[in-house]
Unconditional design. Structure first.
Length: 304
């Protein structure tokens, strides 16, 4: 059977550990030449190390694949553009980008520093933009290409102490859909995945109550390699026609998320005043308000 990514060149950011590592390995197994990008920072973005990316490249080569390590940060435009340049310099082309890189700086909102908010936005949102923007020009010229961006149910649903992360992950959904709309005419696809997997990125989830501890125990059972197959499929030509979508992977389950659309309407022929709204809005819309749930409240059953 033909390999799904045979002959393709793929960038995977944040590929030194966890989900990114498993994606890079499977991309190579499926025939892709892989740029393994990872500056080797800690989960909060501090420090650097060449070891994580180099170890993944070595593993790919041991398995007979082709890969090159890249240590640039995605959080700045020029370094991010050099990731794309490395792909074209080494492999002569670029066919797909997996925007997986991320950091966490969790803190309850009223105590969150400006730096903690901005640093998470820079890596997740701006990093996804910088790499995608550099690649988009190539994709436009060749009239083909695929983006797979990583969002999170923390953004799609919610979580405590993650206003910065939630803002970035919801914004990535908008970025992905914007790319999908603008570049569909050039045969370029853009989709999002919200992964469930135990990695160092979610090791900070609070687990004080018995219910929270049980939830964390369930997440620990979901390993990063479960995310890779859908990512590889979406990066391949077999996913033609799939664009602008939000998927999720939870162990052996794959979800398709809905996207914002009007669900209720309220009108008056004589217009509105604050008093009229007070008289009618809660009663009309209240039953349809989205509750303040966390991701664990919505996905409350054990994964398959």
């Amino acid at each position: 059977m033909a390999k799904l990514l045979e002959g393709k060149s793929i960038i995977v950011t944040g590929a030194g550990r966890g989900i990114g590592r498993e994606i890079a390995l499977l991309c190579a197994t499926e025939g892709a030449k892989v740029v393994v990008n990872d500056p080797g920072v800690a989960a909060d973005g501090s420090g650097t190390s060449a070891a994580p990316a180099e170890e993944v490249v070595e593993e790919i080569k041991k398995r007979g694949g082709t890969a090159v390590a890249n240590f640039e940060t995605v959080a700045e435009a020029i370094p991010a553009s050099r990731i794309v340049k490395m792909a074209t310099d080494h492999f002569g082309k670029l066919d797909g980008v997996v925007n997986n890189a991320g950091i966490l700086r969790d803190m309850i909102f009223h105590r969150m520093s400006v730096e903690a908010f901005e640093s998470v936005i820079k890596v997740h949102l701006m990093g996804s933009f910088y790499v995608a923007h550099a690649a988009a020009r190539l994709f436009r010229e060749q009239e083909s290409g695929s983006f797979v961006h990583f969002t999170s149910t923390s953004g799609l649903v919610g979580n405590f102490g993650q206003a910065n992360y939630m803002a970035a992950k919801m914004a990535i959904v908008g970025l992905s859909r914007g790319i999908a709309l603008d570049m569909a005419r050039f045969n370029v696809r853009s989709n999002c995945i919200a992964p469930f997997a135990w990695t160092r990125m979610i090791d900070s989830i609070p687990a004080e109550t018995e219910q929270e501890k049980a939830r964390v125990a369930r997440i620990r059972e979901m390993t990063p390699e479960k995310i890779a197959p859908l990512t590889v499929y979406l990066a391949s030509d077999r996913a033609e026609g799939i664009t602008g979508q939000i998927f999720s992977v939870r162990n052996n389950e794959i979800y398709l998320f809905n996207q914002n659309r009007p669900i209720r309407t309220l009108h008056r022929s004589d217009g509105w005043t604050p008093e009229k709204l007070d008289a009618q809005l809660k009663g009309a819309f209240g039953p349809s308000f989205t509750p303040l749930e966390r991701s664990g409240d919505v996905f409350s059953w054990d994964p398959v």
